[in-house]
Unconditional design. Sequence first.
Length: 323
Amino acid sequence: MRALFVVNPHATSTTAETRDGIAAALRRDLDLRVAHTEYRRHAVEIAREAARDGTELIITLGGDGTINEVVNGLLTPDRPGDAPGDPAPESRPPAEELPLLAALPGGSANVFIRSLGQPADPEEAAEALLAAVAKESWRTIGLGLADDRYFTFCAGLGLDAEVVHAVDEQRTEGHKATATRYMLTALRHFLLEVDRSDPAIELLVPGEPDPGRLFYAVVTNTSPWTYAGDKPVRPTPLAGLDTGLDLFALTQLEPLSVLGILTQMLAPDGLPPVGDGYITRHDMADFRIRASRPTALQIDGEYIGERSEVHFRSAPESIRIVL
Ligand SMILES: Nc1ncnc2c1ncn2[C@@H]1O[C@H](COP(=O)(O)OP(=O)(O)OP(=O)(O)O)[C@@H](O)[C@H]1O
């Protein structure tokens, strides 16, 4: 099988040693080329080129951002770089005409890989991948679309995007992106920086009454949404790769109530669909989130920028992943 190994050397836990060990193991069974990402969104271009040149399997070693870029390169083949657009999910290439995708953990959170139940150790994950390839074991999954950008597990407007942005800035100053850093940054933002007086966010679902103003919203394509250390955090426990998109949004920011909600998200069953201080939705196909002031947007843990409105769509059966 013709395979391309896309390595993000900048990702938190990717080392030259792991990369070389894994490449040697993969070469046992695959006709392997290796590509290193050299700048942000380089993996988009690498994946587009691979889809054109008949590569059958793309394997990433990096974090959620690298997987997201590869998926976007595969599914938006005709648009160069960051060109704006609003691709209709039905106009994308069929999943079986695209290279298969496999992901090995090399980032800090590795949420998507962990949500699939893959081994946390990249070398073990590579062996599991080779075994799955030998058995021709793959699964077609749905994705989310936030305007023109596909996502594998989540997109958030407000607090979590501000936290991702703040941690990105700390990373450029040389700090590592650890779970503790994310948690402390989130706590500081929640206690000191969020605007409690003016909930900026509105949910617009065709045919549904307005649920009122919201402080923060996350749209999920799978569960969990993220991890607190080794604990899955499940605001939308029913979300799945075979259904449409789920949503969780906070209707108030009272610290004790938010703490209670967070505690339930950490429980094995996750947050109940109905409760005080939040709303949830399950299996949605097409909706918009509007913000009365420019609000931070994150997609698959990558800070995108500020937005006043985002069009969310579910993109069923978009890509085949090796499992
Ligand atoms: N050579 C590079 N130099 C700088 N940035 C890069 C390079 N290659 C890729 N990137 C960018 O690095 C960012 C982070 O990558 P990635 O998500 O793979 O790792 P991570 O942040 O450590 O992991 P996670 O998202 O799981 O926490 C992405 O935005 C990607 O575009």
